[in-house]
Design a protein around this ligand. Sequence first.
Ligand code: MN
Length: 336
Amino acid sequence: MFFSKINGKEKKKIVLLPHIYPDGDALGSSLALLLFLRKLKHDVELISPTEYSDFFKWLPGSKEILVFSETTKYLVEKKIEDSDYIFFVDFNNYSRINPLNKFLLVAKAKKILIDHHPYPFSFDFMFSDPKASATSILVFRLISQMNHLDKIDKKIATCLYLGIMTDTGSFRFPSVTSETHFIAGKLIEKGIDINNIYNHLLYEKYNENKLKLLSKALEKLKVMEKYRTAYTSINSSDIHFYSYKKGDTEGIITYGLGIKNVVFSVFFFEENEGDPIRISFRSRGNFDVNQFARRHFGGGGHKNAAGGTLEKTLFESIEYFLNIIPNYHKNLIFSI
Ligand code: MN
C-alpha cells in the first residue's frame, strides 16, 4: 500500500510536479499536497516546469514554488535526482512537463500519478480517476484515506477549493457530482473565505494588455453556424504588440462557447513566429474534443476540454482544421 510509505515516521524527499503553464487545479492540488506533506514532516519541493500566471500568486504556499528556469536548473536537477518520490499532479503524459524530461529519465525516485485525465501511461503508483471533476478531489481523497482530514487547515482547504472551483467552472460542469459538493462542504467547514477566492478569480483576471489581447481575439472570432463551431486565433505580432505574458490568453476560448447553438470552440495560438501552433478545444455536450485532439492534433485532454499542437504555420493550421471539420458535421449537428 502506497500510503504507508509516506504515512510512516521516515522522512522522505518528495518532488511535486504540476504540468506546464499550471492552471488552478494543477496549482491548487499540488500546493495542497506541498502544505500537507510538509505537515507530515517530509522534505517536499514543488517544481513548476514553467512560469505560471500572476493571477494565482495569492495562493497559500505559492511563494514556495520553485520555477524551472535557466537560473534554477541545477537546483531543480538536484532536487529531482535526490528525491525518493515524484508526484505527477494533474497530467499523465510526459509531454506536459517537457522542460524536465531529461532529469526525469535518470531519476531513481518512484513515480506517483495523481490525476483525472483519461488514458494515463503507467506509473509506479497511480491515483487516477477520469471521472473525478478535479485533481484536487483526488488529493482530498488521498488525505482522507490516510486518515489525516484533521490536517487540512484553512490554507490547504483554500488551495483545494480553488482547484475544484476552476476545474468545474464554479460547480457547473457535468463532471460535478454529490461528492464534489460534499468535499466543497468539508473545505468550507475549514473556514475558507469563498467570496475572497471568487473575487481573486473575478477581479484579478485581467491587466490592460490581457484585456486588449482578448478584444483582438474576439475581433477575429469566426462562427460557422453550419458546424455549430467558433474559432479564433492570436498570432506572434498580437503577442508582441500587447507585451504578452504567460497566461494572458487564458479564457479566450470560452467566449465562443457562450454563443447560442455553438457547441465547439477552438483557439489557435502562435507565440513566436516559427513555433508550433498550440490549439485549444472546448465543447459542450457530447462532442468529444479529447478524441478530436488525439486524432488530428497529437494532443488530448478531457471530453469537453483538450489541446494539441501542429508543426505548421498559423494559416496552415487553420486551413488544416477547416478541412477536417466537415467530417464532423453530423457529430456537431446532433450534439446535445
Ligand atoms: Mn485538472
